[in-house]
Design a protein around this ligand. Sequence first.
Ligand code: UDP
Ligand code: MG
Length: 314
Amino acid sequence: MISLIIPCYNEEQTLPILYPELCRVAEEIAEHTFEFLFVNDGSRDGTLAILRDLAAKDERVKYLSFSRNFGKEAAMYAGFCNVRGDYAAVMDADMQDPPGLLKDMLAYLESGEYDSVATRRVTRKGEPPIRSLFARIFYKLMNRITDVDLVDGARDFRLMKREMCDALAAIGEYNRFSKGIFGWVGYRTYWYPYENVERAAGETKWSFWKLLKYSLDGIVSFSQVPLALASYSGLFFTFLSFVAICFIVVRKWIYGDPVAGWPSLACIVTFIGGIQLFCIGIMGQYLAKVYMEVKRRPHYIISETNKEDVRKIQ
Ligand code: UDP
Ligand code: MG
């Protein structure tokens, strides 16, 4: 059995396009049965009504409906915690992760050489150039300062064995950055390249700022380099100020002590003040993560589902 985990947030326009395509793919892969596990992430439109309808008509359709919008990460986590299939795939609802690729991906998995088949976009056609630029910088930076291996253009769309899903579900951290977690759990992964596809209908839920925040979260979740940076810059400035003190003392001996140089002093004070605030800010970012983590709040709350044995609060 193959479980497809599909996070949906305000996807009433795309579900009627996605569902027939899923049925077609299920027919194509006749040797496996399917479970379509939709996770309604607190949509404000008719998404839940559509899911109820589909579930009434088709017993492969299962849904988990959140009590509010918890974010895509929480929706994927809910999926990992509740899959039943021997294989599972995460897939967006907007057809940007073409269900048609599943057959090919399955072939790689069944060759026995891989435990998971992940996808990466080799083009970013139809994306604003500034977004592509930042994405590229982000992947470069991530690869340099963390030890998770991130491929440029990596999507969340991937088909994997159940055991990998269980591993993902076992990572209960609150600040989830799935792209990193996928890499962290390991397993033999094949990267399946494909051309970018534009959203079938509706609008993206990710603004530029939301993406920027998400990428910073990713860095804080998987790297301690920014913290190290704060202490290194502290060391550097201590050294620099020592040199400056020597310079000033020597100058006083040689030239006496004219009252001059207050502008440079003001510059130095503000500059170092800035650096200090910046470093405190970095520490604050980590502290905020620790704060959320120690509270141990649930990742999501399910208010409605047609699936049995579901933990509603996890
Ligand atoms: N999504 C979600 N919760 C959110 C935002 C998005 O479940 O808070 C889902 C959304 O329904 C879609 C997937 O995550 O299935 C990817 O979202 P979107 O297509 O808007 O992102 P993009 O492809 O533009 O990065
Ligand atoms: Mg999309």
